[in-house]
Design a protein. Structure first.
Length: 210
């Protein structure tokens, strides 16, 4: 009798899809990702209620390279973030300052870190399918297995299994939303974007890894 029960359990398990299978498939086939984005971030508690809306452009190339640029908008100065495979650069023109750190010290705090390297998503995150949701997308919840500055992510893929939206929680009630538009996947990208050059007259804070 026991072997019959065991056989039923094995056969049943064959028909259960692995958690995050579509999400992992997207990650497995990704070489480059480029898109415009719109980001909505809640204002701090000591500011007026509402959200800050910023737009920009993102380019990602595996392994380990990322360009994230916030455009100049009303009340918001431009800002550029670059991961070049060794270092992570943040350039703030308003402050005339560049901050640089070894990528291995900050990688866990980058919300797109699950796409930067060819490792299983579930190695660093607990993945839970949420089914169809906002904008008709297939949503997945990603909870980091180690402490990061964000509590969790929710990732939305379209019917072609392409990333369209991300929601990440810094806490249970502080939610940032990112919507990707004009998405291009696995197309040639501008390699120069990943080679950050410090502008003249700008202070550099941090250490460039050797």
């Amino acid at each position: 009798m026991r072997w019959i029960v065991a056989l039923i359990m094995i056969l049943a398990g064959l028909h259960v899809p692995a958690f995050g299978a579509d999400l992992q498939q997207f990650a497995n086939t990704l070489r480059t990702f480029e898109a415009d984005f719109v980001q909505e971030t809640p204002r701090a508690e000591d500011e007026l209620m509402g959200v800050d809306i910023r737009s920009g452009h993102v380019v990602l190339e595996r392994p380990g390279r990322l360009y994230w640029h916030y455009r100049n908008s009303r009340g918001q100065e431009p800002q550029t973030l670059v991961a070049d495979g060794r270092a992570f650069w943040i350039y703030d023109p308003e402050l005339e300052q560049v901050t640089v750190q070894p990528i291995n010290q900050v990688i866990r705090d980058i919300p797109l870190n699950w796409l930067l390297y060819d490792v299983p998503v579930e190695m660093n995150f607990r993945v839970r399918p949420l089914g169809k949701g906002e904008a008709g997308l297939n949503w997945f919840a990603l909870t980091p297995r180690r402490d990061t500055f964000f509590q969790s992510l929710e990732v939305g893929l379209d019917g072609d299994n392409v990333l369209r939206r991300i929601r990440f929680y810094q806490s249970h009630d502080r939610l940032t939303r990112i919507r990707f538009e004009n998405v291009r996947v696995n197309q040639p990208v501008n390699e120069a974007l990943f080679h950050f050059r410090v502008p003249k007259g700008v202070d550099v804070v941090g250490r460039v890894p050797r």
